[in-house]
Design a protein around this ligand. Structure first.
Ligand code: FE2
Ligand code: FE2
Length: 194
């Protein structure tokens, strides 16, 4: 969708990530059941997605553009932004750690199951909280205090780095990944039973 504003793209991407996180949590809590191969493939695809898009596109644009602009325009946001920035800095490591723990469950068995599920639940809780803080504390301020030139710069950066799952767009190389997630993951992101 050409011309979408950065602030609306951010909300859209949060909505897609939040649906994916809830779906992944549900999948993990239900466990593999009879469909072991499919379960691990789907969970792996979902963690890979989190690492590939939010970590590499959404967060860097927030950290390198939105946060510094807001800090200059509204210095009272500093404590909030520092906390969000710390979340971004830790995010990549945390999602990699989850990928490792999932493979541990897959190859080493049930002894690794509870650890993965607990770590995922905590990850999802913190991630949802992070996005909520951005939406309540940063985005309304951004709409008020940033200049038209700053908005234009943000719009261009977020439009260039859109998350194809959120945008409903087609990037051919990701089609297989998204098909797998949509066909196999449970609601709210997918059509599967989980
Ligand atoms: Fe963020
Ligand atoms: Fe965000």
């Amino acid at each position: 969708m050409p011309g979408a504003s950065a602030l609306s793209i951010i909300r859209e991407e949060h909505a897609a990530v939040s649906a994916l996180l809830r779906s992944l949590r549900l999948l993990a809590e239900k466990g593999p059941g009879e469909q072991r191969t499919r379960f691990f493939e789907t969970a792996r695809a979902m963690l890979f997605y989190l690492d590939e898009f939010p970590e590499r596109r959404h967060h860097p644009n927030e950290s390198s553009l939105l946060f510094p602009m807001l800090l200059r325009a509204a210095p009272d946001l500093q404590p909030v932004i520092e906390k969000l920035e710390a979340d971004h800095a830790a995010g990549e490591h945390r999602v990699r750690e989850l990928q490792h723990m999932l493979v541990g469950w897959e190859f080493l068995g049930e002894a690794r199951r509870a650890g993965f599920v607990a770590a995922l639940q905590e990850y999802v809780r913190l991630y949802l909280q992070h996005m909520q803080v951005e939406e309540t504390h940063l985005l309304p301020q951004a709409a008020r205090v940033l200049t038209p030139a700053q908005h234009a710069e943000l719009d261009a950066a977020f439009a260039a780095a859109r998350d194809p799952l959120a945008a409903g767009g087609r990037e051919p190389i990701y089609e297989e990944l998204f098909d797998r997630i949509v066909q196999q993951a449970p609601s709210p992101i997918g059509l599967g039973q989980g």
